[in-house]
Design a protein around this ligand. Structure first.
Ligand code: PMP
Length: 325
């Protein structure tokens, strides 16, 4: 039995019980290990879905160029799919991201343009603005716009949510997910809440991001925005894929706690995953008083640890950041 191409291997990722790292929580804690996707992250799912929906809508035509502002994982999924489907890729990203992520995109033949992190999204130098300009200037190009493209959420409504429901035999009581574009949490969360409206959906946010305050007050507070280290989660604007009605509660986790917990997942559970997984586990531990013995908590582990070798898996970096004594 074989697959016809690598894209067919996306999804059906394992759900694995955490045995040590969360032992102070009475509930059953399960991790959805999305690093086992061929592009090493959950973003493979939505990348293919966005491309296929754009093909159907006539927005992406043969020989076209895909142009996106991405922190790496979405780019990886898009670049991989572009190889199979015959498209070119140009990505704009920020200088905050790991170099490993840019190199991985280039391995698929993509062009990567690195932009400054600490400028406003509307600044012409921002990675959002540069990708929009390139789309205007490049004939036969298409910008997926993962933040507002609802094919992103739909991929998780069709795949991630049903997988979690089936793998837990409908026993899941809590879904915990780091929130970036919002696609994962809102797609999977919507599906699960349709199956059982009592399921709680908790979003993990970073300090320096607007989500938590917006959810709790309805205020978009610019004072909440400042630079932070955690990769993949938190935003300085409100993406179209974040449906605040699906997310019951946001918990913020510090950069230090997220980084150190990412290491602990490898050390204690033997699971080598990325920074947002550490943030999510740290967030669940912060919320442990809200969990009971019968609860079944599913935490999404978005990507693979290999992309963070220069960061939390590097002792010099940890010392430089002041995270290690
Ligand atoms: N973790 C990582 C490592 C990511 O790359 C992303 C995507 N930005 C997320 C979490 C958040 O996922 P989503 O965009 O679906 O909210």
């Amino acid at each position: 039995m074989w697959y016809n191409n690598i894209l067919e291997t996306i999804g059906n990722t394992p759900l694995v019980k955490l045995n040590k790292i969360t032992k102070e929580i009475p509930a059953t804690i399960l991790a959805k290990i999305e690093s086992t996707n061929p592009g090493n992250s959950i973003k493979d799912r939505m990348a293919v879905k966005m491309i296929e929906d754009a093909e159907k809508a006539g927005l992406l035509k043969p020989g076209g160029t895909i142009i996106e502002g991405t922190s790496g994982n979405t780019g990886m999924g898009l670049a991989m799919a572009a190889v199979i489907k015959g498209y070119k890729c140009i990505f704009t990203t920020t200088d905050k991201q790991s170099k490993e992520k840019f190199d991985a995109l280039r391995a698929f033949g993509a062009e990567v343009i690195v932009c400054p992190t600490n400028v406003e999204p509307e600044d012409p130098r921002s990675y959002y603005s540069v990708s929009s300009r390139l789309v205007r200037e490049t004939p036969n190009s298409w910008k997926p716009n993962q933040y507002d493209n609802l094919s992103n959420t739909q991929a998780h409504y069709e795949q991630t949510g049903p997988e979690i429901w089936e793998q837990t035999e409908g026993k899941v009581t809590h879904l915990v997910v780091g929130v970036g574009t919002g696609g994962t949490i809102c797609g999977a969360g919507k599906f699960l809440k349709e199956k059982n409206p009592n399921i709680k959906v908790w979003g993990i946010d970073s300090y320096g991001s607007v989500f938590k305050k917006y959810k709790e007050t309805g205020i978009f507070d610019k004072d909440e925005i400042y630079p932070y280290v955690t990769e993949g989660i938190g935003e300085d604007f409100l993406p179209g894929n974040v449906d605040f009605d699906i997310i019951d509660y946001f918990e913020k986790v510090t950069d230090k706690d997220a980084a150190l917990m990412t290491r602990e997942i490898a050390l204690q559970e033997g699971i080598f995953v990325g920074n947002s997984a550490g943030a999510a586990v740290a967030g669940v531990l912060q919320l442990k008083d809200q969990l009971k013995e019968d609860d079944v908590v599913v935490i999404v582990f978005h990507d693979h640890g290999s992309r963070y070798m220069g960061k939390m898996f590097n002792e010099d970096w940890l010392k430089e950041m002041g995270y290690l004594d």
